[in-house]
Write a protein that binds this ligand. Structure first.
Ligand SMILES: [Fe+2]
Length: 257
């Protein structure tokens, strides 16, 4: 707290903050509180767009594993455990994408008993929490990886989306001439006994806004190619029209000490 107060005082002194600006700041916080509830947290969004969530993530990341990234507001703890290889697509629209890879330790050896928690937005850019037409479990699942650390699932290509703009943070972004967009991404949490859990995201390399993520979540090692594939075995397994997209990514976890 002493350090926070020191820097807040330094900000006021350096900016020569006026009483009007100070009152405006208090109003902003009051408005943020007024629209914050169990479903929506404007303070969390404020932290995200100021880059604070992201820098907390960077300074707390263990050395040597896959880069972490922001959790975002749409994670649900109650995702269902599905078989490795699950088809999450059903009959919804979207470019079919086979996501696969391994969960490895820092030396590249398979980690046993690893688990993947996966979620993303639908073809209309919305998460189930934003779209009552979607099943609440649409495009999210947990998977127990195989003994060799491998995992795979069939999903769709994710889409860019905007952060909520109907609150004071939206007004702040507009006043600052800031983008309201996030690039497309998959969300993944990777965990395994004895290893530090990883909260991260994967970004299609050709996604719009990849170099201008309004919450600063993109890390170089998390940008992945979506390769067009005609793998016959996979096409037959999921009854896919070729070509479909294929994304391969190996997650590296750091041992707990
Ligand atoms: Fe997201």
């Amino acid at each position: 707290m002493a350090l926070l107060v020191k820097h807040l005082h330094a900000f006021v002194t350096e900016s020569k903050l006026t009483k009007e600006e100070w009152m405006k700041g208090l109003e902003f916080l009051t408005q943020s509180a007024a629209i914050t509830d169990s479903e929506r947290n404007e303070f969390s969004l404020l932290s995200d767009i100021l880059g604070i969530s992201s820098i907390v993530d960077v300074v707390s990341q263990p050395v040597g594993g896959t880069s972490s990234s922001v959790l975002g507001p749409f994670h649900s703890h109650d995702s269902r455990l599905q078989p490795n290889g699950v088809d999450l697509t059903g009959d919804q629209p979207g470019d079919r994408t086979w996501l696969h890879g391994y969960v490895l330790d820092q030396e590249g050896h398979a980690i046993e008993n690893a688990e993947i928690d996966f979620w993303q937005n639908a073809d209309n850019g919305l998460y189930p929490a934003q779209d009552s037409a979607q099943d609440p479990h649409n495009l999210r699942c947990k998977i127990k990886c195989a003994a060799d650390g491998s995992f795979n699932l069939l999903t769709i290509r994710p889409h860019p989306y905007t952060v909520p703009t109907d609150g004071p943070v939206g007004a702040l972004l507009a006043a600052s001439n800031r983008s309201i967009w996030r690039p497309a991404h998959y969300h993944v949490i990777v965990s395994a006994p004895g290893y530090i859990g990883l909260v991260t995201e994967l970004f299609p390399q050709e996604s719009d806004y990849i170099d201008n993520d309004t919450v600063f979540g993109v890390r170089e090692g998390l940008i992945v190619p979506f390769v067009k594939s005609s793998n016959v075995e996979i096409a037959n397994r999921y009854d896919l029209d070729a070509p479909f997209y294929e994304v391969k990514f190996d997650f590296k976890l750091v041992k707990q000490t």
